[in-house]
Structures are given as C-alpha cells and as structure tokens.
Design a protein around this ligand. Structure first.
Ligand code: AMP
Ligand code: GLY
Length: 429
C-alpha cells in the first residue's frame, strides 16, 4: 500500500514516518516533503507544492496511492480534502467548511458561544470605531487579547496588558497590517492560567483522545521574545488533573462535534484544542483543524499502534468500532526541541551547511535509543543539507521521565551544528 502526506515540514515528516511503520505500507509520498526526509527509507519527497491539488491527484493515480493525509492548515482551508474526495481519493482531514473552526476565529467563537463551550468573553468587529468604543467601555480585570479573524501564520494574536496597546492593535489590524486576515477582528478577555493542547481524532460523530502536549511559542527562554510557530513541545502533560482529558471530551469535543453536525459540516479529522487551564477550569483559546507543529513530532513517537487504522476509521465514520480511549500511548515521556535558523521568526538566514553526526540519522538512533530527528526547513546543497527556512529541524527523545527525556534531547542536539542555530534551553523544564 502506498500513502501520501501533504506538506513538507517537521509535522509532516513525523506523520509520514509514523505511517510508514504501519503493516503493509510500502511507500509514503510527500507533497512537497523536504530533502531531509530521505533519512527514512520508505519516505519519498516529490517536490509537488501542497497547494497543487490537480498535480497531487495525478500523483495519486500514477503511484497507486490509497490514502492521503493533509498536514497544513492552508491546504485544509483551500479545500484539499473536498477536491481529492470529489475525485474518489480517500483523504483524511476536515472539509473546507468544517475547517472554518480554524480559519475564522469569529466563526469559532460564535460556535463556542452557541454550543456552550467554555471560552473567554469576546466581541467581533469590522470597524475600528465600534471596536474602540467597546474597548473603552468594557472592564476586564486581566487585559485584552486582539485576534485577526483569518489565518495569519501564528502572528494574528496580540495579548495586550494595557488598554492603549489594545487600541493601537485594533487600529493596526483594521488598517490592514494583517492583510485580509485582519479585516474582521475578535476582541477577547485575557485569561490567566497554564496552557495545554489537547488532540482528538474525530469521525464527524465522536472524538477519541490522541494525547496532550505543551508547546513553547516564544523564541527565547522563559517565554520571552516574539512568537514563533513553536520551538519545542513535551508530552504527556503530567501536571493536569486526573480527569482532565475526559472533561475536555465532555465539555468541548462533544458539543463541538454536535454543533458542526447540526450546521451541516460534520468534523472529520484532528481537532487540536488550545486550552487555558484557569481557576474556573479549562477554557478554549482556539481550535485548529489539524495536527500541531511541533506537537506532532512528540506525539507520533509516543503512539504505540498503527496510526493508519485510526485515521481510516475516522474518515469512514467508524470510530465507534474502536476503543473509546483512543490509540494506546507508550508509558514514557517525550521532549521535542527545535533548532531554528538565525533571524527566525523574522527573516531566516538560508544556505548554511548543516553538520549532523551520522549516528543521529541512522534507524538505530530510534530503534535502540528512542531518539528521532525530524526535518523541516532544509534544502540540498551538493551532497549536504543546508538551512532553508525558519524552523530547520527538531529532535524528539523518549525516556522514563520528562527530565530524562529533556536531558537526552539536549545531549543529542549537540551532535548537530549550523551557523547561527537558535534553540530554547528550557523545553520540558
Ligand atoms: P491562539 O492562536 O488563539 O491560540 O493564540 C495564540 C496564543 O495567544 C495562545 O497560545 C495564548 O498564549 C495567547 N492567547 C490567546 N487567547 C488568549 C486569551 N484569551 N487569554 C490569554 N492568552 C491568550
Ligand atoms: N504549534 C502550534 C501550531 O501548530 O499551531
């Protein structure tokens, strides 16, 4: 059996690597993939861009691909699943309409409000006058968060500690600083608490848990500096209360799926729920309609089953035939640390040669030492790999405790060098 993963970053590397371990899997193609993925024998990068749906459909025919998994949010929002399914190609992920819970924050907030899902208080606006009036009148003790409605590569959210900053952000967004994504905005109450992300695999009717992860969004240690796509992650989140996952299932996933179904766009795929654990319990910060990056790089190595069986059951609406507790997870801890290029999250420097100790790219690294390298922003430079994007690569280590996994991950990362490499030193601490 041949499979296809759409996308080319670390998340897609982890998905393709995990799928390749399934029984009966011959090859996993990627569109586009990246040249670092060649470290894994069954993976094959095609260079076809994630948005070229017609070329992807041709590839599926040509390579006899029987199942497609969509990675990036943009592909979902552009209708990759609708396009491929209409051609009779079994594709895992939500339709364009179902992924609206991610690509419109105003839509997702309205859905949460009407379905009674716990979330921060908010209002939506499309004129600066109305938003400014609201901001000067409303009293929220802990501050304001301004969000662009549309997809903005993680840059569309500003947590404001003063009213002045909130007013200025409103003006900037509505004056076009976020492009079309910021034509509409959400003004939201700032929540105080600790963040965790919950992943549920959904089949339109029910959802099963796929794990919890905590990520590191800021570029520098102690959550300082600008936001990034994510500089690292760990799983499981060992600090939440015992019944946390079932509580999120009951209070969030269940009403979400019921609301989507009644709106005529049942949600099939992965829902990635960003949560703030507040004194009043968990509240939803956002929904994503896909796997997280870098959360996936820590979750995939922890899954102790054939992932394809689960993704197929979800696409076919048959999760009720699988164990309700979801795929089995290994009883160990995972820590994933990203190495980013100089300049990231601004303009990343490209073209620096990457030196990697050969032991890290051999299958034994995973098989004997539970250490796995995933590539993202890399290009071929002669026979070597060179930096070619913001987040260049990342490394996951598993061990009996989070602290051990953390030490192992940082120890192994020493075997990789490139000029100007940036990493956080506090992932998993
Ligand atoms: P989002 O893309 O909505 O998850 O927002 C990105 C980040 O902004 C989150 O991970 C939080 O750190 C922060 N954030 C978003 N909404 C809120 C809120 N209502 N209160 C506090 N922080 C928030
Ligand atoms: N790590 C955050 C995201 O994938 O959106």
């Amino acid at each position: 059996m041949n499979l296809l993963v759409i996308g080319g970053g670390g998340r897609e590397h982890a998905l393709a690597w995990k799928l390749a371990q399934g029984s009966g899997v011959n090859r996993v193609y990627l569109t586009p993939g990246n040249p670092g993925m060649a470290i894994d024998e069954k993976l094959e990068c095609t260079g076809i861009a994630a948005g070229e749906f017609a070329s992807i459909a041709s590839l599926v025919k040509e390579k006899n691909i029987s199942f497609v998994v969509v990675g990036p949010d943009q592909a979902m929002a552009d209708g990759a699943v609708d396009f491929l399914e209409a051609k009779g190609i079994p594709t895992f992920g939500p339709t364009k309409e179902a992924s609206r819970i991610e690509w419109s924050k105003a839509y997702s907030k309205d859905l949460m409000r009407s379905a009674g899902i716990p979330t921060a208080k908010y209002e939506t606006f499309d004129t600066a006058v109305a938003a400014r009036k609201f901001l000067t009148e409303v009293e929220w003790a802990d501050g304001w968060v301004i969000k662009a409605d549309g997809l903005a590569l993680g840059k569309g959210v500003v947590v404001c500690s003063s009213r002045e900053e909130a007013l200025k952000t409103v003006d900037d967004f509505l004056a076009g600083s976020m492009g079309a994504a910021g034509k509409k905005i959400v003004v939201e109450e700032r929540l105080i608490g600790r963040e965790v992300s919950a992943f549920f695999l959904c089949d339109g009717e029910i959802g099963v848990p796929l794990g919890l992860a905590c990520d590191y969004k800021r570029i520098f240690d102690n959550d300082e500096g600008p936001n990034t796509g994510g500089m690292g992650a760990f799983s499981p989140a060992d600090w939440v209360e015992k019944d946390f996952v079932s509580r999120v299932g009951k209070e969030v996933t269940k009403p979400l799926l019921a609301a989507m179904k009644s709106r005529g766009s049942p949600f099939k795929g992965i829902v990635f729920i960003g949560l703030m654990v507040t004194e009043q319990g968990p509240k939803v910060l956002e929904f994503n309609a896909r796997f997280g990056d870098p959360e996936t790089q820590v979750l995939m190595p922890l899954i102790d089953e054939d992932l394809l069986l689960w993704l197929r059951a979800a696409r076919e609406g048959k999760l009720s035939t699988m164990p309700p507790s979801g795929p089995k997870l290994k009883k160990v801890h995972g820590v994933h640390v990203v190495l980013a290029a100089a300049g990231y999250p601004g303009t990343p420097k490209k073209g620096d040669a990457i030196a990697i100790d050969p032991s890290l790219v051999s299958p034994a690294s995973w098989e004997r030492n539970s250490v796995k390298l995933f590539f993202a922003g890399v290009a071929k430079q002669g026979e070597r790999l060179a930096t070619n994007g913001g987040r260049v690569l990342g490394l996951t280590a598993l061990a009996a405790s989070r602290e051990e996994a953390r030490k192992k991950a940082y120890g192994e990362l020493e075997k990789i060098k490139f000029s100007g490499a940036q990493r956080r030193t506090d992932v998993g601490r």
